[in-house]
Design a binder for this molecule. Structure first.
Ligand code: WQD
Length: 334
């Protein structure tokens, strides 16, 4: 019995594959490398010292996806595959809706056909929109401010409806806050193409001298120092949350959402200070205007995952910055 990992060559997917292999699971990985690189598959094998089957397949290719289920005895699916850039989604919404939603519908149809009714789904805290209060519990009002977030919210709804139509399904909807950091080996990490949109990869490039300075998008928010506050979580902690969620769905039924965060909020200036401390590099910055769509504060209520998944994050913001910097200076880019 194997766990199918879609998007397994991606940032969070690759870290989760390593933890699955370390935990003794047999995995089958599928990725189309639209936002990842083939070398990551070899690095997962190198780090884990384990082998696994890999399929270079686009989930929109129904025949190829069914072939994976025909050739392997799949017991559950961890579904990461999808486009995930907020800004890009505003510019090409139809591509995001088609890619993220149609591929998930194809996957679910084939899972149903082969009697595979267990899924861990990669959702996002972006489904909370601009939260009424922090920390944010899972039963908060859900709303979205961009097409990327809307695909996540729509897929959550699709999966809830699927669970209501057939109570044999067991689905965990994992709402990530802000994943950062990298594997301690420095072999895999977040390596976006081009100029990074997210804070940590951008800071890392400034520290490495690849970019001259960071633009801080606004310092006039109603927060501790005026800059945006987010719940940063180490990608290794986050990937362990998937293992706990998998253990849960393998033994229970129903559809449940869980926040995967630390429950702590750090401002942009606090992150800069932590990164300077661990890297010994000055992070030059300029304050610019707010980024459209940004919210002031977002951090998780973490009690549900702790109580029901027996999981909580353990790594500190310094650990996250250290591992990000380690991945950068090793320059082991893939
Ligand atoms: C963090 C903070 C910015 C860049 C996004 C997605 C979310 C999830 C995680 C997928 C904010 C500030 C950033 C910069 C800055 N992705 N910032 N200068 O926007 O919280 O979340 O990534 O699930 O869906 O929305 O992350 O890293 O872009 O921003 O000042 O160059 O850093 O304003 O306060 P965000 P981020």
């Amino acid at each position: 019995m194997a766990i199918l990992v879609t998007g397994g060559a991606g940032y969070i997917g690759s870290h989760t594959c390593i933890n699955l292999l370390n935990a003794g699971y047999e995995i089958v990985v599928v990725d189309n490398f639209s936002n990842s690189k083939p070398e990551v598959i070899e690095r997962i094998k190198q780090i884990s010292r384990k082998n696994f089957l890999f399929y270079q397949v686009d989930l929109l290719d129904e025949v190829a996806v069914e072939n994976i289920f025909r050739e392997n005895d799949i017991s559950a699916v961890i579904h990461f595959a999808g486009f995930k850039a907020v800004g890009e989604s505003v510019n090409i919404p139809l591509s995001y809706y088609h890619n993220n939603i149609t591929s998930t519908l194809i996957l679910c149809e084939i899972m149903k056909k082969y009697g595979v009714k267990k899924m861990v789904f990669s959702s996002s805290a972006t489904v909370y929109g601009d939260p009424e209060k922090c920390p944010i519990p899972e039963n908060s009002t859900l709303s979205t401010t961009n097409p990327y977030g809307s695909t996540k919210l729509m897929i959550e709804q699709i999966l809830r409806d699927l669970g209501r139509s057939d109570h044999d399904w067991s689905i965990a909807l994992l709402r990530y806050f802000n994943p950062i950091g990298a594997h301690e080996s420095g072999l895999i990490g977040e390596d976006p193409h081009g100029i990074p949109n997210n804070l940590l990869p951008y800071i890392s490039k400034v520290a490495a001298g690849d970019l001259p300075f960071l633009n801080i998008f606004g310092d006039d928010y109603d927060t501790k120092d005026g800059t945006g506050v987010r719940d940063y979580i180490h990608v290794v902690d986050l990937s362990m949350g998937h293992i706990r969620a998998l253990e849960k769905i393998l033994t229970t039924k129903g559809v449940e959402a869980y926040n995967l965060g630390t429950g702590k909020g750090y401002s942009v200036l606090e992150v800069i200070k932590a990164f300077e401390k661990v890297s010994g590099q000055r992070i030059h910055f300029k304050v610019s205007s707010r980024r459209p769509g940004d919210i002031a504060t977002c951090y998780a209520d973490i009690r549900k995952a702790k109580n029901e998944l027996n999981w909580q994050a353990s790594k500190t913001i310094e650990d996250m910055c250290q591992d990000t910097w380690n991945f950068s200076i090793n320059n082991i880019k893939v």
